[in-house]
Design a protein around this ligand. Structure first.
Ligand code: NAD
Ligand code: GLY
Length: 362
């Protein structure tokens, strides 16, 4: 098992990465401060992994709340079911919420923990690759609003993250590949050595080789933890973690959540961001091609949806949280492994990059 720490002073917490971790009861319960636990999961994950988690907490009052599965249920109405269960089962302020699932369950459980009785503990047990390398770490919690993704939420850190790599064996291929998009993101924004390593190990990673997977998850979490430690509430630096996300969120909103996966939208978004960086003369064109080749090998989208116009992108991007004083802030690449946040590109340049990215179809 590997252990990393997200350094946030008295709110620092460990990330455990390894195999067979869900059946190590102690790992979970040592982070439960009192006698009540609510495990939140969904109807797909619960039949696979709920049992060992309930067993680990059998000496406590342990309840579960099983949500419907899907991004379309990541909303206030469904969130309320968590509060209903907490209140029905009389959970008090010392309860611990446990998020067993992917990013949707993790984000919703985290937000429920942030707001139930003004804040209770929570633990992340991520079961998708995306959640293990990104969403479970760093304390962003939220639900969607019909007008925008993750618009209602809070920064709220978990007590620990337990990433059991074994859970990834049941993850559908498409979900798994979408998670690799976020892994590649770390190489692009902050770790060119990791990008090179990923290129060399992409096929092993794609075939879920245990050792390669553990290295990729740990290196991703390490990169994320370092950024979060320096800028927890996204005053500046943390925004680099959103490479491709402003374009990606526009794609997701345009589709009404649920056609392309989040990681797929981010993959196409990263290509547009890299293409814009290239057009500005910042990024070596070879890097854009290397990125496109890696994503194509994974059968991930590398171009915007054909029916989505550049105007629609611009319109939807304007409601993203990255708009400040009317200027479109974007994460771009000054070089491989070196991201920056800028409002320099004009709308015409953004439009041109969206249009020219259309040629990278797989
Ligand atoms: P998800 O939570 O919808 O999970 C994907 C699918 O896989 C679901 O159908 C789920 O039930 C299923 N699943 C999960 N684990 C499984 C397993 N082990 N075996 C079989 N099936 C399994 O999607 P996701 O990609 O994990 O997360 C996407 C969400 O994360 C989005 O809502 C996004 O906004 C959010 N996100 C948050 C952050 C953050 O910092 N908080 C970062 C990135 C993404
Ligand atoms: N996924 C972006 C962040 O955590 O800031």
């Amino acid at each position: 098992m590997q252990q990393l720490t997200v350094e946030l002073g008295e709110r620092s917490y460990p990330i455990y990465i390894g195999v067979g971790l869900l059946s190590q009861a102690q790992l979970l319960t040592r982070h439960v401060r009192a006698g009540q636990v609510l495990v939140v999961s969904n109807e797909t994950i619960a039949p696979l992994y709920l049992e060992p988690v309930l067993a680990a907490c059998a000496h406590l009052q342990v309840d579960s709340c099983i949500l419907p599965d899907g991004e379309k249920y990541k909303n206030l109405e469904v969130l309320n079911r968590i509060f209903d269960t907490l209140l029905e089962r009389r959970h008090n302020r010392s309860t611990t919420l446990v998020a067993l699932g992917g990013g949707v369950v993790g984000d919703m459980t985290g937000f429920a923990a942030a707001s139930y009785q003004r804040g209770v503990d929570f633990i992340q047990l991520p079961t998708t690759l995306l959640a293990q390398v990104d969403s479970s770490v760093g304390g962003k919690t939220a639900v969607n609003h019909p007008r925008g993704k993750n618009m209602i939420g809070a920064f709220y850190q978990p007590r620990c993250v337990i990433a059991d790599i074994d859970t990834l064996s049941t993850l559908p291929e498409r979900e798994y590949a979408a998670g690799i998009a976020e892994v590649i993101k770390y190489g692009l924004i902050a770790d060119s050595e990791f990008f090179d390593w990923l290129e060399r190990h992409l096929e092993a990673l794609q075939s879920r080789d245990g050792e390669v997977l553990a290295t990729a998850i740990a290196r991703s979490c390490d990169n994320k933890a370092r950024v979060v430690s320096r800028d927890e509430r996204e005053g500046g630096l943390r925004a680099i973690l959103n490479l491709g996300h402003t374009f990606g969120h526009a794609i997701e909103t345009w589709q009404g959540y649920g056609d392309w996966l989040h990681g797929e939208a981010v993959a196409a978004g990263m290509v547009i961001a890299a293409e814009l960086s290239r057009q500005l003369g910042w990024l070596d064109p070879a890097v854009v091609n290397r990125l496109v080749e890696m994503l194509q090998l994974l059968a991930l989208p590398t171009a915007p949806p054909p029916a989505m116009s550049a105007d629609r992108f611009i319109e939807l991007m304007a409601v993203d949280k990255k708009v400040l004083d009317g200027k479109q802030r974007l994460v771009l690449l000054q070089a491989l492994g070196q991201a920056c946040v800028t409002d320099e590109p004009t709308m015409a340049q953004i439009t041109a990059a969206i249009e020219s990215s259309r040629r990278y179809t797989g």
